[in-house]
Design a binder for this molecule. Sequence first.
Ligand SMILES: [Zn+2]
Ligand SMILES: [Zn+2]
Length: 374
Amino acid sequence: MKHKRDYYEVLGVSREASDQEIKSAYRRLAMQHHPDRNPESKDESEEKFKELTEAYSVLADAQKRAAYDRFGHAGVGGAGGAPDFNASIFSDFEDIFGDLFGFGDVFGRTGRARTRNTGAVDLRYDLEINLEEAASGLETKIKIPRWEPCSTCDGTGAKPGSKPMSCGTCAGRGQIRHQQGFFTVTRTCPECQGMGQVIRDACPHCSGEGRMNAERVLGLKIPPGVDDGTRLRVAGEGGVAARGSAPGDLYVIVKIREHPFFERRANDLYYTIPISIAQASLGAEIVIPTLRGEERLRIPEGTQSGSVFRIRGQGMPRLEGRGAGDLFITVFVVTPTRLTRDHRRWLEILAPFVRVDNKPLERRAAEKVKDIFG
Ligand SMILES: [Zn+2]
Ligand SMILES: [Zn+2]
């Protein structure tokens, strides 16, 4: 990773600089290094411009600046990480420059930032399912409240029979340009808010907004193997923000209910099952649950408490790729309690045959036991 320069140094101001000084320094340097003004060294000036912008986005924000002053780069956006360039920063820049530069273009984004009024709306839906459903996958229906294009005017906002008119102020371009010094200044048209069209006769259903509130039932297919927190994107099923805009995406966040005994770690499943002292000593075949039904598990004679049995392929299916994880079963030998006099007698007879050396376990063996029970 490249060494990050001090933000004050980047803007060429002192640590005591006022907000106004920071703003002017940024404005001056940003104009000087703007990639559009340096076509012969575009990459370099783009780097420079980003560095400036990052520095400004921190120092212009009192809270972030204080954090930076105390903790340096680590105080803002983590070690070496760039602070997030969020929409509010961009609108702040618009205050400084107007629409002088297309900030979206500089950062490789689409025109969304500039046409904020016509952007798409991404939606989030939390879907809670159980572990069995996560394993098998499922098809379900969900109800999404969202903004959709108005059905009366097809989202145009114009009364049926009429049409949106091309905006006279900007000649339908949505932007107004004029020359200022050696810059061509572009501003969003105030008449049509950048849409290039104006409504003369508003649609009575949506009052010209071009959208309406709807509750949509969507079929949803959850693939086998999803995990808690898996995010599924359903393209184009989000909402619309205003007339003429394309719909955003719907993000379904999967939440998996805790299972009474299966514990999931990645694609493997775990649980603990009790066995009797007789089963552990003599061996036994027991019936155990899996996600797909019951299975038989052979407990060999002389099984110790804490032994782990692995059943391959009985874990969760892999979301990407083939196959499935494994099932790990820990056995736990239950010591009999509430003995009758007869039981006690039998155990006393047995005692000489089951004697063990009561000496401390060597560390490595003890660690193993701790792992199993910890
Ligand atoms: Zn309408
Ligand atoms: Zn206009």
